[in-house]
Write a protein that binds this ligand. Structure first.
Ligand SMILES: [Zn+2]
Length: 317
């Protein structure tokens, strides 16, 4: 069913098309499947529509309303929610290390959580690192670990401390949760030193599994925005920035096909032996081949197959 919803893309203000409805009921049952556990009734979920911008192809939720506090209180306490390591943390440190050597520099980490990245970034010498987070418990945790962290949004921080300027501003896995992405980056730009860089990471959407399996954690109420190459390029254009993409190596086409086939047949929470998977492929060769050919068509970034995570660097022209 096509719905006419009057709303404009939060990046380029162009018209969008409706691509999916996600009712409160759908969300609750997808969350139950994902975590193999019934979410508490009190987590106040609302109905969403998913739109796709006709111009920049950003997928975004309507309304652009983040999950409730009770939803986040629940989801953030599920096992594995906060990773202890991310590919892009090391990719950013490598970039900074390579460029700065012994220079004295400053870094701002927006949405630093409990400080796992700050801990890794300690290895950079001559570096002042400041973190921001809006969860008081995370800020407290960082301060106990000895980090300079404030309980502020980037918008409130940049208003209060407009004279503070940083060489690098980092934000890992925040931009997909934000309803006003341009304002978010503009606030970062206002506290960035001339010639400084912003590094941002998000999922690369749709992720490779999403053609065959629905990932509720890459949809609202968790993720409001679903980024790809075109939507990031439009964002950079709107902000007058140049953009560079970094990605880990994507899994091979066979690995992605086998993984997606397994997810579509057995879901996320079953352990499937290679033998069982092979038996199932023999029974459904057409499905396997369809997935394989779909994966061959996956987006390319920097002339290679897109991974599921993207790190972008923004610099003012
Ligand atoms: Zn757009």
């Amino acid at each position: 069913m096509t719905k006419n919803i009057l709303n404009k893309c939060p990046v380029c203000d162009c018209e969008s098309i409706h691509i999916r409805s996600l009712s409160q009921q759908n969300i609750m049952s997808e969350l139950e499947d994902y975590f193999a556990e019934k979410p508490p009734e009190k987590i106040e979920i609302i109905d969403y529509e998913i739109q796709q911008c006709k111009n920049c192809s950003l997928e975004y939720s309507f309304p652009l309303e983040a999950g409730s506090q009770s939803f986040y209180q629940w989801v953030t306490t599920r096992a594995g929610y906060y990773p202890t390591s991310r590919w892009e943390w090391f990719a950013v440190i490598e970039q900074i290390d390579k460029r700065e050597r012994q220079n004295s520099i400053s870094i701002l980490d927006v949405g630093c959580g409990g400080g796992n990245f700050l801990e890794i970034a300690k290895k950079l010498s001559n570096t002042r690192i400041v973190g921001l987070d809006t969860t008081p418990e995370s800020v407290q945790q960082c301060q106990t670990r000895g980090f300079e962290v404030y309980c502020e949004t980037i918008e409130s921080f940049s208003n209060k401390f407009s004279s503070e300027k940083f060489n690098y501003i980092l934000s890992f896995h925040c931009l997909e949760h934000i309803s006003q992405p341009k304002q978010f980056i503009e606030s970062m730009l206002s506290v960035l030193k001339p010639m400084g860089s912003i590094f941002i990471s998000t999922p690369y959407s749709p992720m490779s599994v999403e053609s065959d399996w629905f990932d509720i954690l890459n949809h609202p109420p968790h993720h409001l925005l679903r980024w790809n190459k075109k939507s990031y390029e439009e964002l950079a254009d709107q902000l007058g920035c140049e953009i560079k993409f970094y990605m880990p190596q994507a899994n091979s086409v066979m690995a992605r096909t086998a993984n997606n086939f397994s997810l579509s047949k057995f879901g996320k929470n079953q352990t499937v032996s290679k033998f069982k998977l092979f038996q199932e492929i023999i029974k459904n060769p057409t499905l396997f081949l369809n997935i394989f050919f779909d994966q061959l068509k996956r987006d390319r970034v920097n002339k290679t197959i897109a991974a599921d995570i993207v790190l972008v660097e923004l610099k003012l022209f």
